[in-house]
Design a protein around this ligand. Structure first.
Ligand SMILES: N[C@@H](CCC(=O)N[C@@H](CS)C(=O)NCC(=O)O)C(=O)O
Length: 238
């Protein structure tokens, strides 16, 4: 039986679809609707105690797994295709694991911290908000400077490090903070390259067919938290 990929619309689980499409492996996609912002009860499945997305089942192995990074590593380890990952001894291995983990250990937390503070009642000049903003600006500037010198995050090859990172500078922006990418030309160049990949296009079309992809500089004018969730429709293709 093929991998069962649980995807919640407009969420980090787009990474798993993206990886599967890039690898060209068969999988069964199970889509879950936000309710209307948080995860629905349909994601509370055996082996997924937090009820969040992504969630993977590999019935042949009796495996149930959450956490995008762990799921990506599992799929990469299971696949015979080695082109999207690097192993110890490969050129660029350290860069690969560094950027693979930077995605969820540093970049996403910077974005999410700033998102929560933006929706707090704190004034814009509050020291905590400014701290969070500086942390986010620093992280984005760092990714941008990396992409000035290399085509893909791990170097010259597109890898799972790119797969892990795209969500934070695209779909996550619908949730806030209202970040423009205008100051980050290299991230924009990289996003254009990502968006031209058939694997990315297919993944987004299967997972979130109604969503306008946030691959340009423009910051969303509102957030899904302010609009009360996905029922608002502000995120839909025009
Ligand atoms: N670190 C986890 C985060 C999982 C996570 O928080 N997923 C979000 C989607 S972006 C979720 O399920 N949110 C719904 C909720 O918290 O109820 C991962 O990378 O998989």
């Amino acid at each position: 039986m093929v991998l069962q990929v649980h995807h919640m619309e407009m969420s980090q689980s787009e990474r798993i679809l993206f990886l599967c499409e890039e690898l060209g492996i068969p999988y069964n996609l199970i889509r879950h609707k936000r309710a209307p912002l948080l995860a629905p009860d349909s994601l509370r499945l055996p082996g997924n105690p937090t009820g969040k997305a992504p969630f993977l089942e590999d019935p042949d192995e009796g495996v149930a797994l959450a956490e995008s990074g762990a799921i990506c590593e599992y799929i990469l380890a299971k696949s015979s295709d080695r082109t999207l990952s690097k192993r110890y001894g490969d050129k660029g291995y350290a860069d690969y694991i560094y950027w693979f983990h930077y995605a969820n250990a540093s970049l996403l937390p910077a974005m999410v911290g700033s998102m929560f503070l933006m929706h707090s009642q704190l004034p814009a000049d509050d020291a905590t908000r400014q701290w969070a903003q500086a942390r986010l600006d620093g992280a984005l500037k760092y990714v941008d400077s990396r992409l000035e010198s290399v085509k893909w995050l791990a170097g010259e090859d597109f890898t799972a490090a790119d797969v892990m990172t795209v969500y934070t500078v695209t779909t996550q922006r619908y949730f806030g903070p209202n970040v423009s990418l205008a100051a980050y030309p290299n991230i924009l160049r990289w996003l254009k390259d990502v968006s031209e990949r058939p694997g990315y296009r297919r993944a987004m079309e299967k997972g979130d067919p109604e969503m306008e992809l946030l691959i340009t500089a423009d910051a969303p004018t509102t957030t899904l938290l302010q609009e009360g969730g996905i029922t608002s429709g502000t995120w839909k293709k025009k």
